[in-house]
Design a protein around this ligand. Structure first.
Ligand SMILES: [Zn+2]
Length: 455
């Protein structure tokens, strides 16, 4: 279902950055240092592998050799460690555990740029360290897929000008990407995730798609068999390899028979947002669902029999079955006007919004620290966590939306649109949107040809 566009010209051309070869490109001094180092290292034993710390390291973390030597038969004489940052790791602990020079670390941290780019390490980050018996030669840290932060030991000659020349220097290296535009379409038969995967979409792209339409569609509870989606998406490639998805440039979703279309557009201030075909922001005062994807438990139904009270009573809200601890997000900007225990509702939070609207979140296992009584919260901010407090048989969020004290169905209530694009911005938007919408339309023609005649 996914087709790369043959007519789509790559915006950027690839370069060949195997690890470190890209970093040394154009830096003659570093190249000389590498060669000099090679001769030296060929005469010395591999000290690091004799270090107890380094041996333990080999068990705990994957260790890879650099594979970028121009001649494969000549191995890099220096060791390359790939350090996968885990929870609780710091630069200090990584250096100690790997037997890397702490003197070098101190030197590196003298540099402002190094402090900025190494200060925060997150689990899942990778540091690639090339070293000579623990003495650091180079450190690479991926900064997203488009940039790498590089710390290099300056070779001795470059420091000859003065005794205070720093031991290390840093550089932010851009790794150009090739962007390909693809159009993907699918129809939901089981779940959105499954159908999207069949169409060739990544989970990340599905989450983005759901974010684009979060103000129009309740993706947790209101996705039905037969719903259709089409999107124009950027893919990021380098050296013939797909690295991941870029932005969704345009998307269309058919739900409850309604058709929602969104186009990504960068406004004059440089910020990108999604707009409907007539230039209205997709963003509105309320999102449809205050939790991200979770399993459906019950639909909005004023005649629903309450499972616990066992009486026919208006179930004046929407229930979202979700595991205990699932974050609950404010559906709109607002102020906390109630936070505490409320009989059958258990732990409950009520937000006051503009337009005399309140939203209520019940059965919470706990509240977020930042959602204290009286505090202001932003749309999407986590205010509490799903639980089963009060009259609840199983963990779920009970969510209510009231206007002037009257319960409304938050899944279908009509939300006032935000200010549309006007004038020159609208014209620029239309110029952006037109070719993208044409792609969607042609993809849908193909999809319609496969559509079953009876539903
Ligand atoms: Zn409920």
């Amino acid at each position: 279902m996914q087709s790369p566009d043959p007519g789509n010209k790559p915006l950027l051309h690839r370069l060949a950055p195997a690890r470190f070869s890209g970093l040394l490109r154009g830096t003659v001094a570093a190249g000389i240092a590498l060669l000099a180092g090679y001769q030296l290292a060929s005469q010395i034993a591999d000290l690091s592998s004799a270090r107890p710390g380094a041996a333990a390291q080999a068990d705990a973390r994957p260790v890879a050799e650099a594979a970028s030597s121009p001649a494969p038969q000549v191995a890099d004489p220096f060791e390359t460690l790939v350090l996968d940052v885990q929870s609780g790791d710091t630069l200090d602990s990584l250096f100690r555990d790997s037997g890397l020079s702490l003197v070098d670390m101190a030197e590196i941290l003298q540099l402002d740029t190094a402090r900025q780019n190494l200060r925060i390490l997150r689990p899942g980050d990778t540091l690639t360290v090339r070293h000579d018996g623990g003495a650091v030669l180079e450190i690479e840290r991926d900064m997203g897929i488009e940039q790498t932060f590089v710390i290099k030991r300056n070779d001795a000659a470059s420091g000859a000008g003065g005794a205070t020349a720093p031991v290390f220097s840093t550089e932010l290296v851009s790794l150009p990407l090739e962007r390909r535009m693809v159009t993907v379409a699918g129809r939901i038969s089981t779940s959105l995730f499954e159908s999207a995967a069949e169409a060739g979409l990544s989970e990340k792209a599905v989450m983005k798609l759901a974010e684009i339409f979060a103000w129009d569609i309740d993706f947790v509870r209101d996705i039905n068999r037969g719903d259709e989606f089409t999107l124009v998406l950027e893919e990021l490639w380098r050296n013939g390899k797909k690295l991941g998805d870029g932005e969704i440039l345009a998307a269309e979703f058919t739900n409850r028979g309604g058709r929602f279309t969104a186009v990504r557009f960068e406004e004059a201030d440089g910020r990108a947002a999604y707009f409907s075909t007539d230039g209205h922001p997709m963003r509105k005062a309320f999102v449809r669902a205050p939790v991200s994807f979770a399993r459906i438990s019950s639909r909005f139904n004023p005649n629903r029999r309450h499972p616990i009270l066992n009486t026919i009573r208006a179930h004046q809200g929407v229930d979202y079955a979700a595991p205990t601890g699932t974050p609950v997000k404010a559906s709109g900007d607002g102020k906390v006007i109630f936070r505490g225990w409320k009989s059958g509702y258990g732990n409950t939070l009520i937000l006051q919004h503009g337009g005399n609207i309140t939203t209520l979140y019940a059965h919470l296992s706990r509240f977020a620290k930042t959602s204290g009584y009286g505090s202001r919260v932003r749309q999407g901010e986590v205010i509490g966590y799903v639980g089963a407090t009060g009259l609840a048989t199983a963990a779920h969020l009970h969510y209510e939306y009231r206007k002037n004290g009257v319960h409304l169905n938050p899944q279908t209530v009509i939300l006032p649109p935000a200010e549309p694009l006007r004038g020159e911005e609208l014209m620029a938007f239309q110029a952006t949107a037109q070719p993208l919408l044409a792609r969607i339309a042609s993809r849908q023609t193909a999809l319609a040809a496969n559509r079953p005649t009876a539903r």
